[in-house]
Each structure stands twice: as structure tokens, then as C-alpha cells.
Design a protein around this ligand. Structure first.
Ligand SMILES: Cc1cc2nc3c(=O)[nH]c(=O)nc-3n(C[C@H](O)[C@H](O)[C@H](O)COP(=O)(O)O)c2cc1C
Length: 676
């Protein structure tokens, strides 16, 4: 035998023995301190695993060699081991299937690995991972078996504990989810009763203080219901009980629906809300439209909540990998990087007082993440504090195959993918200071598919018309800071297409010469207040289609002697269908609040001009809501002020408060509130 060279050889030579061992021999033949057999003995003696050699050519295949690790694992001295078959290590609990495997492998002279229970000399059990291999001589004759033993008790126990712990955790989680689902149901049922009763209460005669309390209760109730619904969703998801549907749907539908639902809140905050869809998207796809809408609504609702000025935009695009990409971008306060990492985990709310005030259960984004993942996608966020955030998610896009006809598209093809073609038919600037009229007009226009931006005074309108391209400007004539006529003249001075934007007046004036004044200021037509959905849409369409424009009819003044009803239900119903179901109760509520505040200002005013201005706006708003008697009284008051008829003004003012009260109390009938 040759020697092992320990130092790196100058010219190494690889030498193999009959057993397949390899070692290096120095070319110069320098002797190593360790002989080859010595090296082997060292290796086996210091191995951390047990090594035994058994001889199958002796009766019962006894152990003829053992290393110290085997003796240590089993606790036996060598004289009690050598000459015995290894089965002496077995005992109660040793799996017969494992010994059967061993027996067969040994009989067939095959290698085998098994895990089986063995006993130490002190009768302590241990789990032995045994590898058993046959050893043959050069002629293929079976010489011996080598067994390698490894005490894996600690590892196996740890694994079993981990499996048990996981099962227990899963069971506890399931129980918790069941409990949550059960409790959510239990809470929801009486809550619906509470909410319904509050709605009924709000429809009765309440004084301002009582109404405020009832309103607060309803708002809190709505928040609580939303939280309970989220809990229910989360528990269903966690218990694996939420099934994702797979039905054909129009891709544009969830976007429209979300715009519709969030528009009132956006309008109230003066935020521009818009959506665009990539022209390459199919018109219809297969998926779970409700869950898609739920995720979208959550993101857009959050975006509006955390944005105080600017825009919230939804974009849907066909991604290069053929998937659907959805992005919700806002110009809000943004999310600090520390929070971003934890944003999609449960119970994480935006930190800091201004964000915390917005409320929320902290479950919404976690639910979004789980829903998106259940639908086969991923969700992420990108944000710059102080500038805004973009939430995006992707989903598999399964288009509904076109049936014969060429695939329909949402919009005509355009070159760019994003920003894509606006979802709406056009972009409209609405210059209006009355909150109710703003909400009504914006709701009507948005429902018709237009994108609406708001300006609250004439100067804002001019600035907006200068900075963006609008298809139409709807301009209230009486606006603070700069009136509608002056704002129109200023817009007409703007360069390029900004100065040529079509402008429609919105006026509640019925005075001769008003229409001429609007046209003289550079307007293209005028719309009478109260706003009528049909007239408004067709006037806007006329302008967009550049059809010859007809002047709109102005509001007819009441015939003398005609006693107008408190509430014209037909107008109210028309308004309901114009703004979309569910919105009217909220609009009425705002109208009532605004009217009461306006009445207080009228009574406190010491200047006829102020009263005239307030009466003018009241006339328009009352007309919009079908409050006919109030509209007429406001019109008469406006006229009395304009003519300087102090006795008439005082007579009207005397009865105005009671008329406002009666009118407000005549709102609204049950069917209107039940739609919400
Ligand atoms: C090299 C070698 C090492 C073995 N080591 C063990 C051992 O550590 N523990 C054990 O329970 N069985 C061991 N066995 C298996 C038993 O010796 C025996 O083959 C097995 O129990 C099946 O045979 P039987 O049914 O005759 O008992 C080993 C077998 C060989 C050939």
C-alpha cells in the first residue's frame, strides 16, 4: 500500500485501491506520517455515525466490526456487540415493516435505508436511521454488509412536534374563523334592524338636534356594518370557504360601478375622479366580477379618503404577458416606506393623526391581497409621501371568445397603451358653488359617462380651463370671486383651444336679457336651473357633436294665484333616476342642511344684495329637488330684492322659516330611503 500525502504534492498522482478508495501519492515518493490503513482506521474511528460490518458468510450474519460511535449510540461495550446479529437492538415498537424491508434487502444483497426504533443497553428508546449496503469482492462474491447508524431521535421528535403544532394552529385558526363568521352573522342581523329603524326615524319629524344625533348613529352604524362585513370576508377566506366565481362579464362594468359609488365622496372633497381602459382589452372577460369590483372599490375608496386635493385615477391595461393590470393612482398624502411594507397585513391602519382619523378596520387591504391572490394575481403599492400613491394588481385575463363578430372593443383603437382612452365620453369642467347643485350635476354627468372636474368659483374655473383641455365648461352665472360672465370673458382670452372651449351657462335667472348677456359674454348656450337630466345631457351632447345649439328653455315663473305644492314628487323621482339609485337620500340630506344654513344667512343678512344672492341659489336648489313652493318663494324674494320692494321682501321673509321647515319635513317618502 502507498502513503497518503498530507502536504500539497508538487506533482500529485491519484492512486486507487481495489475498494475504490482514492489517495494522492507524491511524485518524489515522500512518505506521510499516516499510512493508508491508518488513515482509514482514523476516518472510521472519528466518524460521527455508527459503523458496523457484518459477515453474511458466518451463521446469522454477526457483527465483526464496530466503531466507537456505534458503541456510544447503543451504550454497549464491544464484547457485548461483536459476534451478535444487530437485531438485539430491537424491541417493543420496532416496526415489523421496517425489519421486513431489511430482511428482504439483505437476502437480495441490495442496499437499503430504514428508520426504526432501537433500544440502548439502558433500555432507552432511540430512533435509528440505518443505511445498510452489501460489499462484494472483485469477482462479485458477497463479502460483507456495512451498516451506518444515525440517532435521529431529536430530529424526528422535532418534526413530529412541528407537524402537531401546525395541525393545532390550523385547527385553532379554523375555530377562530368559524367563530368570527358566526359572530359576524349574529351582529349583522340586528345591525340591519338598527339601520333600518334609524332610516325610519330619520324620515320622521325631528328637530335639528335630534336629527344630528340620529345621523351620527347611522354613520357609526354604517361603519360598524362595513367592518363586520370585512370580518366575515376575512374569516371566510381564512377558512378556505370563499369561492372565486368564473362568469363572463363586461370589463367596463366594475369600473363604472366603482366610479358611481365613490363619485359623491370625491365630489364632496373636490377631487377629480376618472378611469381609463386600454383599447387592447377585450370587452368581455371571464372571472369573478364581484370580487374584482370589491378590490377596486376598496382601493379607490381609500384613495379618495386619503386625498384632499387633486385626482384619483383608475387605469385598466392589457399587460405585455397577456394579463390584466389594474392601477389606482392618487395625488394624496402618500404612505411612509415603513408602513408600506406592512400595509397588506391584517389590522394595519395608516399611522399618524391625519390618517387615523379616516378610520377603517385595517382589514381592507389585507382582504384585497387575499382576494387578488385567490384570483391568481398579486398586489403591490408604490408611493411618495406627500405626492401620492399607486396601488396596482394583476389578474389572469381570460377573454370571452367573440361569437362570429369581430371582437368588440371598449373604445376605438389608440396608439398609446397608457394613459388609455378615457372611459368617459368627454371631460367636463363644472363651475358651480352650490354644493347640492354640484353634487346633482356631477352625478348626472358622471352617470352619463363623463369625467367631471369641479371649480367652486369663477377664478378657479378660469385657472382650470387654462391648465386642462375640456370638452365643455358648464358655468354657473352667479359665482363667487368672479362671476360666470367675467370668467367666460377671461377664458375666451386664453390662447389656443383653451380659449375656444364650448361654455354653457347654468342659470336660474328668468329675467329677459339673461340669455343675451350669456351669449354676449362668449357663452355657447345656456341651461335653465333646476337642472333637468335630459336637457343637460342633450345640451352637452349637442356641444360635443357640434350640432346647432338651441337655447334652452328658462325656468317658468309661477303664475300669480297658483298655489304650488310643497313637494313635487315627480321631480324628486326624476332626480332619483337621474342621479342613480341610492344617492337621493344623501343628496336630500345635504340639501336640507344647506337650505337650513342658507335660511339662517338670509335672516341674518342686513343687505338686500346678499339676500338676493342667497334667494337666487335657493331658488335653483329647491327647484332641483321639486320643493316647488319654496322655489317660488325664493324666486319672489329674489325679485323683491332686485326691485327694491322692501315690504314684499319682509312679507316673504316672515313666512320663509316656516315654509323651509314644512318643506324639509315633507321629504322624503319611504321608497327613496330604502334604495340606499
Ligand atoms: C450491516 C447490518 C447492520 C444492521 N444494523 C442494525 C441496527 O443497527 N439495528 C437494527 O435493528 N437492525 C440492524 N440490522 C438488521 C438486523 O440485523 C436484521 O437483519 C433484521 O432485523 C432483519 O432480520 P431478522 O428478521 O432475521 O431479524 C443490520 C443488518 C446488517 C446486515
Amino acid at each position: 500500500m502507498s502513503d497518503i500525502v498530507i502536504a500539497p504534492p508538487m506533482v500529485p498522482e491519484v492512486v486507487r485501491d481495489a475498494g475504490g478508495n482514492a489517495y494522492l501519492r507524491h511524485a518524489l515518493g515522500t512518505a506521510s506520517a499516516v499510512g493508508f490503513e491508518g488513515a482509514l482506521a482514523l476516518a472510521i474511528a472519528s466518524a460521527p455515525t455508527g459503523v458496523v460490518i457484518t459477515d453474511p458468510n458466518l451463521p446469522d450474519c454477526p457483527i465483526v466490526f464496530t466503531n466507537p460511535a456505534f458503541l456510544k449510540i447503543t451504550g454497549y461495550p464491544p464484547e457485548e456487540v461483536l459476534g451478535r446479529n444487530c437485531r438485539f437492538l430491537q424491541g417493543p415498537g420496532t416496526d415489523p415493516a421496517a425489519t421486513h424491508l431489511l430482511r428482504r434487502a439483505i437476502a437480495e444483497a441490495r442496499p437499503v435505508t430504514v428508520e426504526l426504533i432501537n433500544y440502548r443497553r439502558d433500555r432507552k428508546r432511540f430512533i435509528n436511521e440505518l443505511r445498510c449496503s452489501p460489499v462484494f469482492d472483485a469477482d462479485g462474491k458477497l463479502l460483507a454488509f456495512v451498516g451506518i447508524q444515525h440517532d435521529v431521535t431529536a430530529r424526528v421528535r422535532a418534526e413530529r412536534e412541528a407537524v402537531k403544532a401546525r395541525a393545532a394552529a390550523e385547527r385553532a385558526n379554523r375555530e377562530k374563523s368559524d367563530f368570527l363568521a358566526f359572530m359576524s352573522h349574529e351582529i349583522r342581523t340586528p345591525m340591519h334592524g338598527v339601520m333600518g329603524t334609524l332610516s325610519l326615524l330619520l324620515d320622521t319629524n325631528l328637530d335639528a338636534e335630534q336629527r344630528a344625533y340620529a345621523e351620527t348613529s347611522r354613520r357609526c352604524g354604517q361603519l360598524l356594518l362595513a367592518t363586520v362585513n370585512e370580518l366575515l370576508d376575512l374569516s371566510r377566506i381564512e377558512a378556505g370557504r370563499l369561492k372565486i366565481g368564473s362568469e363572463p362579464f363586461n370589463l367596463v362594468d366594475p369600473v363604472r360601478e366603482v366610479l358611481d359609488l365613490v363619485a359623491p365622496a370625491a365630489t364632496e372633497k373636490g377631487i377629480s375622479l376618472s378611469a381609463s381602459l386600454d383599447h387592447r382589452l377585450p370587452a368581455r372577460a371571464i372571472g369573478d366580477v364581484q370580487r374584482l369590483q370589491q378590490v377596486l372599490l376598496n382601493l379607490v375608496d381609500n384613495a379618495v379618503k386619503f386625498t384632499n386635493r387633486g385626482t384619483v385615477e383608475i387605469r385598466m391595461a392589457a399587460l405585455p404577458d397577456g394579463r390584466l393590470g389594474v392601477a389606482v393612482t392618487d395625488t394624496g398624502m402618500g404612505i411612509p416606506p415603513k408602513l408600506r411594507a406592512r400595509l397588506f397585513t391584517r389590522f394595519v391602519q395608516a399611522e399618524g393623526p391625519p390618517l387615523r382619523q379616516q378610520g377603517g378596520s385595517g382589514l381592507g387591504l389585507s382582504i384585497c391581497k387575499r382576494l387578488v391572490s385567490l384570483m391568481g394575481g398579486q398586489i403591490a403599492v408604490d408611493s411618495t409621501p406627500g405626492k401620492g400613491s399607486t396601488f396596482f394588481f394583476d389578474l389572469p385575463l381570460v377573454p370571452v371568445p367573440a361569437s362570429g363578430a369581430p371582437p368588440s372593443r371598449l373604445t376605438p383603437a389608440v396608439d398609446a397603451i397608457l394613459p388609455a382612452v378615457p372611459l368617459a365620453n368627454g371631460r367636463i369642467l363644472l363651475a358651480e358653488d352650490g354644493r347640492v347643485n354640484q353634487l346633482v350635476a356631477a352625478a348626472i354627468l358622471r352617470k352619463a359617462g363623463y369625467t367631471v372636474d369641479l371649480a367652486r368659483d369663477g377664478a378657479e374655473a378660469v385657472a382650470a380651463a387654462e391648465s386642462a383641455e375640456y370638452d365643455v365648461v358648464l358655468m354657473d352665472v352667479r359665482l363667487p370671486v368672479m362671476d360666470g360672465l367675467a370668467a367666460t370673458q377671461a377664458i375666451r382670452q386664453l390662447p389656443g383651444i383653451h380659449g375656444r372651449v364650448p361654455i354653457l351657462a347654468m342659470t336660474a335667472s328668468a329675467m329677459p336679457g339673461d340669455a343675451e348677456a350669456c351669449i354676449a359674454a362668449g357663452m355657447d348656450g345656456y341651461l335653465a336651473k333646476p337642472l333637468d337630466r335630459g336637457q343637460m345631457i342633450s345640451a352637452v351632447e349637442d356641444v360635443l357633436n357640434a350640432r346647432p345649439r338651441r337655447p334652452r328653455a328658462a325656468i317658468p315663473l309661477p303664475e300669480p294665484g297658483n298655489v304650488a305644492p310643497l313637494l313635487d314628487r315627480e321631480t324628486l323621482e326624476e332626480l332619483r333616476s337621474a342621479v342613480g339609485p341610492g344617492r337621493l337620500p344623501r343628496l336630500i340630506q345635504i340639501f336640507v342642511e344647506e337650505t337650513r344654513a342658507r335660511l339662517a344667512r338670509i335672516i341674518a343678512a342686513n343687505n338686500a344684495q346678499h339676500i338676493e344672492d342667497e334667494a337666487h341659489t335657493l331658488k335653483a336648489a329647491a327647484g332641483t329637488f321639486g320643493a316647488t313652493a319654496l322655489r317660488d318663494a325664493a324666486a319672489a324674494l329674489e325679485m323683491a330684492c332686485r326691485k327694491g320692494d322692501a315690504p314684499a321682501r319682509l312679507t316673504i321673509l316672515d313666512s320663509l322659516a316656516s315654509l323651509v321647515d314644512r318643506t324639509m319635513n315633507s321629504f322624503p317618502a319611504q321608497p327613496l330611503t330604502r334604495t340606499g
